[in-house]
Design a protein around this ligand. Structure first.
Ligand code: HEC
Length: 131
């Protein structure tokens, strides 16, 4: 079971690495492709966030639209409005880790991620609400 989840995570990772330059990649992650990109700046910010996520261990425990060990990013986006307070709260949670919001399983902290990068990741995650 764990193996299947890991495989799912890896296929998301492969997709994320393929990025927009290779639209032909055959994965099921069409949802990532449909991330809102109202302005080129927002698009670039999302690309950076996707890179940060792919470069860390997030995909081991999170998928865009499926619960793995942690909640799916779409579920996170549905739970929190994209307010400054929530962005800061979630960025701090990524950096410091924690548990008790989605269940007993804890997320380990990521002290190597800067506050700015963590907020960029959160903004991207919260932009996935409409999927
Ligand atoms: C070891 C598995 C694991 C890894 C790796 C992991 N997470 Fe999590 N994540 C979790 C779990 C479990 C929760 C639910 C925690 C809770 O219930 O409070 C969670 C919750 C979250 C939340 C919601 C927090 C809240 O309070 O609602 C966000 C956002 C998040 N993770 C982002 C990330 C990002 C970004 C990364 C990579 C830098 C990452 N996670 C890596 C397991 C993980």
């Amino acid at each position: 079971m764990k193996k299947i989840l890991l495989m799912a995570g890896i296929s998301t990772l492969i997709f994320a690495c393929g990025g927009s330059s290779d639209g032909e990649k055959k994965t099921n992650s069409a949802t990532t492709e449909a991330a809102p990109a109202e302005t080129p700046a927002a698009d670039a910010a999302n690309d950076k966030a996707i890179e940060l996520i792919a470069g860390s261990d997030c995909l081991t425990c999170h998928k865009v639209n499926e619960k793995v060990i942690g909640p799916s990013y779409v579920d996170v986006a549905k739970k929190y409005e994209a307010t400054d307070a929530n962005i800061k709260l979630l960025a701090d949670k990524i950096i410091n880790g924690g548990s008790g919001v989605w269940g007993e399983v804890a997320m380990a902290g990521h002290p190597q991620i800067s506050e700015d990068d963590a907020q960029a990741i959160v903004k991207y995650i919260l932009s996935l609400k409409n999927q």
